[in-house]
Design a protein. Structure first.
Length: 149
């Protein structure tokens, strides 16, 4: 059985391809009354050696990715988030965001992070968790990276 597909070009560099076949919700996530919730993303990462690494980003796991609000994928996005953090939480937290993006997570990491995930704060007035991910060689299942904030 082939999937029903629909393509939608949002901008010159954003093309969405929808699989419109009906599937049951087997996740623990619930949609809002007036908005869908992202359960999983699939990304093909172009590595520095010009190879492709496919990563499934699953938001319905114990991996620490619950309550995600923002996914940041480039220098401009990082500066936008860092500026917002500086205004709302202070320079110290903004600098943590900038540093996490600018350096490898460990000496043995093959590259810098590919993206940052920003989560809603657990409590009002607290700083959001920020995870610098996908720059390490291995991605252990069900182990959350440490938040930089």
């Amino acid at each position: 059985m082939s999937a029903i597909r629909k393509e939608n070009r949002i901008a010159k560099d954003i093309n969405l391809v929808y699989d419109l076949s009906e599937k049951p919700n087997l996740s623990q996530l619930k949609a809002h009354e007036d908005r869908a919730v992202i359960s999983k993303l699939k990304a093909d990462l172009v590595l520095p050696n010009n190879k492709i690494l496919t990563v499934d980003i699953d938001f319905d796991t114990t991996s620490g990715y619950h309550d995600n609000a923002i996914m940041v994928m480039d220098d401009f996005g990082v500066e936008m988030i860092a500026t917002a953090f500086e205004v709302k939480y202070g320079k110290e937290h903004a600098d943590k965001v900038r540093k996490a993006w600018a350096i490898k997570r460990s000496e043995n990491s093959p590259r810098k992070p590919t993206y940052l995930l920003v989560q809603k704060p657990e409590l009002e007035g607290k700083v959001p968790n920020v995870f610098a991910v996908c720059g390490d060689e291995r991605h252990p299942p069900k182990e959350a990276p440490d938040s930089i904030t």
